[in-house]
Design a protein around this ligand. Structure first.
Ligand code: CTP
Length: 416
């Protein structure tokens, strides 16, 4: 039970959001102890956090009084988890190299409990390969990232780097609602309201972009419409929804938690780090199967008559989610130009999916960047055709089918 959270606040404008996070955690009856870096105190005073948490706030590694009352080792042992929010690029770099030159980095090095990191920084700092390498290293060590969001930044620039909203950080830390098996057993053509009440759904949507140089990238024709319609349908069905999205021209449903990504690698991390906290994963994104081996730092100049790009395979997100120890119910998509049933069933088995929704592309039947589509859905001992209709309707039918199949799977497990 995550009921003793150590909140580490670093120096950045997002520090004010950490005050709201403290308030939300306290409202959920979580005990909160706050530690701050020296620079964080320039943004929000320790007194604010003391008042909100009801506990004294520590800011220095070697503080005579604090060391006597509760040394940093004790504080690290006290916590059921640690969250660094906001985490600056500097703090992320320190953690990645195991430095321990202030209270926050020392606590993290001494900690044995789960650590969550909610970065906040300028978008160029976020995209800097050094920061991305540091983040990858932290993830490899099992530290959970609460990814920053896309939007306008305090510095006036726009991009990824804004700290996740306090409500979503709070939900991530303690929000694991127990999964309640819906009682309604509906057919896919019936109304879906309430059938996923209490269920957490993770959806990936849209295309990925694989950069070649600062101005060019490889992508595909996916519009994201199906994934976004599924997010809307899952919300209508009562689920809480996390939408991991590539760059698209659509407005995300307001009630969904949105995680903006660009590349297949970013989508892999965004999805796999969250999948085990969800009951259902729907991989509706058109993930690039290959990405350039090298991303040139400078624009590639026109020279030879012919040019070659060397590509390497990306990680299969869907297959990786299906292999997780606490895997959700996993639903894949397959876009095919020929032999649809053969390929779709092959992917269902090879990627160890619970269900796959296949559609034709490049044919009259529908496909990318259209408002209508039809699907042929397969699972291990059955299949169903969802005929041509609007993507909104189709998404509702697919959500109903997923709910029904998931219930059947759970009922079969209980019966064993
Ligand atoms: N997918 C994924 N990660 C990848 C590639 C694909 O999660 N790196 C997911 C897609 O989101 C989709 C499903 O896998 O749900 C099917 O994608 P597709 O590209 O059709 O499958 P492949 O196995 O790559 O087969 P194909 O040879 O048809 O490209």
């Amino acid at each position: 039970m995550n009921n003793r959270i150590l909140l580490a606040v670093c120096g950045g404008i997002a520090a004010y959001k950490a005050a709201e996070l403290t308030r939300l955690l306290r409202k959920k009856n979580v005990e909160v102890q706050v530690v701050m870096t020296e620079s964080a105190t320039q943004f929000v005073s320790a007194l604010t956090f003391q008042a909100l948490s009801g506990n004294p706030v520590q800011t220095r590694l070697l503080d005579e009084y604090e060391e006597q009352a509760m040394g940093h080792i004790h504080l690290a042992r006290w916590a059921s988890s640690i969250v660094i929010a906001p985490a600056t690029a500097n703090m992320i770099a320190k953690l990645s190299y195991g430095l321990a030159d202030d209270l926050v980095s020392t606590l993290c090095l001494a900690a044995t409990c789960p650590i969550y990191v909610a970065p906040a920084m300028n978008q160029a700092m976020w995209h800097n390969p050094v920061t991305q390498e540091n983040i990858a290293r932290l993830k490899q060590r099992g530290i959970s990232m609460i990814d920053p969001e896309q939007g306008e930044q305090a510095c006036g620039e726009t991009g990824i780097g804004r700290m996740a909203e306090p409500a979503s950080i709070c939900a991530r830390l303690i929000g694991d609602k127990p999964y309640l098996m819906p009682q309604t057993n509906v057919d896919s053509t019936q109304k879906t309201r309430g059938i996923l009440e209490g269920v957490k759904v993770l959806i990936s949507a849209g295309p990925t972009r694989e950069p070649l140089d600062p101005v060019r990238y490889i992508t595909n024709r996916s519009s994201g419409k199906m994934g976004y319609a599924l997010a809307e349908a899952a919300l209508q069905a009562g689920a809480s929804v996390t939408l991991v999205t590539g760059v698209v021209n659509l407005k995300a449903p307001a009630a969904a938690e949105v995680v903006q990504v660009e590349t297949a690698e970013q989508m892999y991390h965004a999805v796999t780090s969250r999948a085990q906290e969800h009951n259902i994963y729907i991989g509706a994104a058109a993930v690039a199967d290959y990405a350039p081996v090298q991303i040139k730092e400078q624009k590639i100049k026109t020279q030879a008559h012919e040019s070659t790009i060397i590509l390497q395979k990306t990680k299969d997100i869907l297959a990786a989610v299906a292999l997780l120890p606490h895997r959700p119910f996993v639903v894949g998509f397959a876009a095919e130009t020929h032999d649809l049933a053969v390929y779709a069933k092959g992917k269902l088995v090879r990627k160890k999916l619970d269900m796959i929704a296949a559609n034709w592309v490049g044919k009259e039947q529908g496909g990318f960047d259209r408002d209508e589509n039809s699907l042929h859905v397969f699972w291990h001992d059955g299949d169903k055709v969802l005929p041509m209709t609007s993507k909104t309707q189709l998404a509702q039918q697919l959500i109903a089918l997923i709910s029904k199949r998931m219930n059947e799977k759970m009922a079969a497990k209980i019966a064993l």
